[in-house]
Design a protein around this ligand. Structure first.
Ligand code: NAP
Length: 496
């Protein structure tokens, strides 16, 4: 970064093979945030080979579990120490508010602590085969060389969901952050080195996914690819990986419904529902895979609720993430703002009613950044692409229902299935509806929360596999059944 080498391969820091660099732009004001090395496909292949070599020498996988757990705890300690520095980098790179970046760093720390604990207690499973001379047990072993690819919206958080269980399991890995947001991952890799991760266990390359993708995925040297990003990229990776029958886990997009019933109850229930709908969709300017972008609301309260939402949305303070007064920051890049603007134009042309936003902020202080106002479209329906496609920006669409079954049908009427919210004061209805929704996470009378100990992932085109929780560790492990005959005697099939 800024002249220091940024590629970490086989335990050494190096510049790109062809000396290329990339300018990382701060979306808050268009300034240069940093200049980083841009890996070549050859660098990426070197990284994979280094990870393969170190995995095959077996020493990392054979490291006692207690030592690997202690290493994860040391990483967590260093994350606490460097919380502010990493948060500043994340905000400079992504535009998200510093308050959000700090929460990310705390969450990342908890992921390392969680997997340190989990790996320490994971036990082999004994199977009773009904014969005292046979010890049958199922053990877990590292899946091998992993390629870990993360998106730009939660660069280090998404990466930590992969690196922590991969290290815990005893895997080696190549880490590739988004070309747009590599800064926190570079700093984090230096932190892993300081914590004592052995050379070649974690390797880092950054650069364009389109350029490096094949070097990282079209190879028999890789055992597992864990990818978080868009559906189109996920599909490409799965197709390439299929050539080598490489195991793949995909965490993809979402178009997440938030169902609000008329029985939300008291004034406090109403206000809290408005709060959660707003936070669910406009946090991080909507650049959240689980953002509640589709409000599905009971007709009888829709007009009043949308009026309240619009009044509150207009007051959201959009600004530089470094400014403590800002409640949400810019979009990640000019290019991405262009995409969001084209969706707003599409919504208008599709006949949705623009209730608020639909423009860049008028404040001249924000003119150089890629800001966009919280935007609400009412009177939407499933014939509109703004309702079915992931806009990944601060856009809320509103659909209306008249009864519970229609609400469920609308909530499930999506190609995705990442997350959903339900708002009701009727506990029976709440339980019925959350069980009927086909989404990987469902929040009842809340929105957006998760914990390292509970699985995260999607139904449908939101992907396959799970991160976090025990399943998030199992993704990085193979199971092996060991059948040990402690009293072998001649008892074969053939008698001769
Ligand atoms: P993306 O364009 O699919 O990119 C994701 C990552 O894949 C980036 O590191 C990208 O590198 C890399 N990549 C691109 N082409 C590749 C290829 N051919 N082979 C290997 N890697 C390749 O997604 P994004 O725009 O960064 O992220 C937004 C998407 O991520 C949204 O759809 C969002 O919903 C999803 N997401 C999902 C979750 C979840 O938990 N399910 C969480 C966060 C985000 P470059 O950036 O260098 O192109």
């Amino acid at each position: 970064m800024n002249g220091e080498p940024d590629l970490y391969i086989g335990g050494s820091w190096r510049h790109a093979g062809d000396g290329a660099t990339r300018d990382i732009i701060n979306p808050a004001d268009g300034s240069l945030a940093a200049r980083v090395d841009e890996a070549t496909p050859h660098d990426a292949r070197d990284a994979v080979t280094a990870a393969r070599r170190v995995f095959d020498d077996g020493s990392w996988a054979a490291t006692p579990v207690a030592e690997r757990a202690a290493l994860l705890d040391r990483v967590a300690d260093l994350l606490v120490r460097d919380r502010e520095e990493l948060s500043l980098l994340e905000t400079r790179d992504t535009g998200k508010t510093l308050a959000e970046s700090r929460i990310d760093m705390d969450d990342i720390t908890s992921v390392f602590r969680y997997y340190a604990r989990l790996i320490a207690v994971q036990a082999d499973r004994l199977v009773d085969v009904g014969d005292p001379s046979i010890i049958s047990r199922v053990v877990r072993e590292p899946v091998g060389v992993c390629v870990l690819i993360a998106p730009w919206n939660y660069p280090l958080l998404q990466m930590s969901w992969k690196v922590a269980p991969a290290l815990a399991a005893g895997c080696t890995m190549v880490v590739k952050p988004s070309e747009v947001t590599p800064l926190s991952t570079i700093a984090f890799t230096r932190l892993l080195e300081e914590a004592g991760v052995p050379a070649g266990v974690v390797n880092l390359v950054q650069g364009s996914g389109a350029t490096l993708g094949n070097a990282l995925t079209d190879t028999a040297e890789v055992d597992f690819i864990s990818f978080t990003g868009g559906v189109a990229t996920g599909r490409t990776i799965a197709q390439v990986a299929a050539k080598h029958v490489t195991k793949v886990a995909l965490e993809l997009g979402g178009k997440n419904p938030h169902l609000v019933f008329a029985d939300i109850g008291t004034a406090a229930g109403w206000d809290s529902a408005v709060d959660h709908v707003l936070t669910g969709v406009f946090l991080h300017s909507g650049q959240v895979c689980s953002a509640g972008t589709r409000l599905i609301i009971e007709e009888s309260i829709a007009d009043d609720f949308v009026a309240d939402l619009a009044a509150r949305a207009a007051k959201i303070r959009v600004g530089d993430g470094m400014d403590p007064a800002s409640e949400t920051g810019p979009l990640v890049s000019e290019q991405h703002r262009g995409k969001v603007e084209s969706y707003v134009a599409l919504g208008i042309s599709e006949g949705a009613t623009l209730v608020c936003g639909g423009a860049r902020p008028s404040d001249p202080v924000l003119a150089k950044g890629s800001y966009y106002l919280p935007t609400i479209f009412d009177r939407c329906d499933r014939s509109m692409r703004i309702v079915t496609e992931e806009t990944f920006g601060p856009i809320l669409t509103v659909e209306r229902f008249t009864d519970e079954s229609e609400a469920i049908r609308l909530g499930n009427d999506t190609q995705y299935g990442l997350a959903a919210g339900v708002r009701t004061s009727d506990a029976g209805r709440g339980e019925r509806v959350v069980r009927a929704l086909r989404h990987g996470t469902v929040w009842l009378n809340d929105f957006g929360y998760y914990t390292a100990a509970a699985e995260w992932g999607g139904f449908g085109k939101s992907g396959n596999g799970r991160e976090l929780g025990p399943t998030g560790l199992a993704e990085y492990q193979e199971t092996k059944h060991i059948w040990h005959n402690v009293a072998p005697q001649k008892a074969g099939w053939f008698k001769g």
